[in-house]
Design a protein around this ligand. Sequence first.
Ligand code: SF4
Length: 174
Amino acid sequence: MKKLLLHTCCGPCLLSAQLALREKYHIIPFWYNPNIHPYREFKRRLNAFKEVVGENESIIDNTYDLKLYFNAVEWGDNRCEGCYRLRLSRSADIAREAGIDLFTTTLLISPYQDISLICDTGREEGIRAGVGFLCQDMREHYEEGHQMARDMGLYMQGYCGCVFSEEERYRKKK
Ligand code: SF4
């Protein structure tokens, strides 16, 4: 069974992605999300990741660096491209350093993300680093994994991650 480094954005999406990938791959979840703000939110999501992983193998880079994120993204509607690249670039490098065959991301489980942009970016970063990127649409497992997360009482976030997405999510609710 091939090893797969699974860049993971949060615990609920990890549960969903595991449903999609576990039959075919030896999954190694990888945490790297400098895009999640503010720090208490970052810690909540990291703790949920650890809760799902438990004693199983995983890799954590718990960098919380606002400047790193803001320097990586364009201001405006294109910010997600830089955000994807920041995380997928690091994932590709970690996969290569750890001798893991392939990498992918739980972002591909989400109905709220741009799947073709994620795959284009992942492939480019895979070529740069010399590691294969797995582009698999896993959205059919989104609901089942998230229901599992609710049943576990896992922390469920309300917005994508960055301060921009937090505003977009909650400004309308006033
Ligand atoms: S909305 Fe989500 S994917 Fe886009 S920049 Fe913010 S955290 Fe990154």
